[in-house]
Write a new protein. Structure first.
Length: 242
C-alpha cells in the first residue's frame, strides 16, 4: 500500500511555487470554491515532478533501531523558526520537531489522532510539528497538541524516543522527539478543530478522535512506530506482526 504523505507538505510546496508564504493566502480560493475543492484543485495543478515524487514513495516497515534515551539537553541543537536550522550558506540542516502520543486511559487505552477534514489522502496523524526558537521540547509538544487539536488539558508524562529520519517526501533531515502525554478521562471522544497558530496548517480543519490501542494500521509517516515503547501491547498490529 502506498505511503500516505502529510498533505500539508503538498500544500507547502505548491504555495512556494506560487510565491505564497502562508495558508491564509489560499483563503480567497477557499471562499470561492470551498476549502476542499480549492486545495484539491491546487494539487491537481501541481508540477509533474511533485506528483511523480509523491507517487514513487512506497511503504517500508517501521524503524527497527532502538530509541535514544531521553537526556535533558543532550546534543539537541537550538532551533530557529519552526525548527529548521541553516548554516552560513543558507543550506537546510536538521529540522527539530516534536510528536505527541496523547493517551486517554480507559478500560482500553486510546491515542489521540486527527485527519484533515475532507482530505483522507493526508492520512491519520498524531500532533507533531517544529520547535520554535528558544522553546523547550515539552513546551513545544504541548503547544502542538493545543494548536492542532484544541486540547488544553494534556499533561506530559515523559519523553519516549528521539528519531533521526529524513522527511519521506523532501529528504530534509529531521530530528523528532516523541512524547507520552495523558489526556483527562472525560475528554470528548471526537471533535472538529480549526487550526490556529503560526504554522502552515493555520486555517485548516482537523477531525480529531481517540482510537483504541493497539492501532489496526500504521499512521502517516510511521508516526505510530514508538507506541510499543510506552507499552509493548500498544505496538501497531500489521500483517507482518500477526
Amino acid at each position: 500500500m502506498p505511503r500516505r504523505i502529510s498533505y500539508r507538505w503538498r500544500v507547502r510546496e505548491l504555495m512556494a511555487a506560487r510565491g505564497m508564504s502562508t495558508v491564509a493566502e489560499l483563503m480567497p480560493h477557499m471562499a470561492e470554491r470551498g476549502r476542499t475543492s480549492a486545495i484539491r484543485q491546487l494539487v491537481l495543478q501541481a508540477p509533474a515532478l511533485v506528483i511523480a515524487r509523491h507517487s514513487a514513495i512506497t511503504t517500508r516497515p517501521p524503524p527497527a533501531w532502538s530509541p535514544r534515551p531521553a537526556e535533558p539537553g543532550a546534543d539537541t541543537p537550538p532551533a530557529t523558526t519552526k525548527g529548521t536550522m541553516t548554516d552560513n550558506a543558507g543550506m537546510a540542516r536538521t529540522r527539530i520537531r516534536v510528536a505527541a502520543y496523547v493517551i486517554r486511559s480507559r478500560a482500553i487505552p486510546e491515542v489521540l489522532v486527527f485527519d484533515h477534514l475532507g482530505m483522507p489522502e493526508a492520512g491519520t496523524q498524531v500532533p507533531a510539528g517544529g520547535v520554535t526558537s528558544g522553546e523547550g521540547l515539552e513546551e513545544a509538544v504541548l503547544r502542538e497538541v493545543a494548536e492542532e487539536t484544541g486540547l488544553l488539558r494534556a499533561t506530559v508524562v515523559r519523553q519516549i524516543a528521539v528519531e533521526d529520519k529524513p522527511h519521506p517526501d523532501t529528504g530534509q533531515p529531521r530530528r523528532t522527539s516523541f512524547f507520552f502525554l495523558q489526556a483527562p478521562a472525560d475528554t470528548s471522544d471526537a471533535w472538529d478543530h480549526d487550526v490556529h497558530g503560526d504554522g502552515d496548517d493555520t486555517g485548516l480543519t482537523f477531525a480529531c478522535r481517540f482510537l483504541p490501542l493497539p492501532l489496526k494500521q500504521p499512521l502517516a509517516d510511521d508516526h505510530d512506530a514508538w507506541l510499543g515503547h510506552i507499552d509493548p501491547r500498544w505496538t501497531t498490529v500489521t500483517d507482518d506482526s500477526q
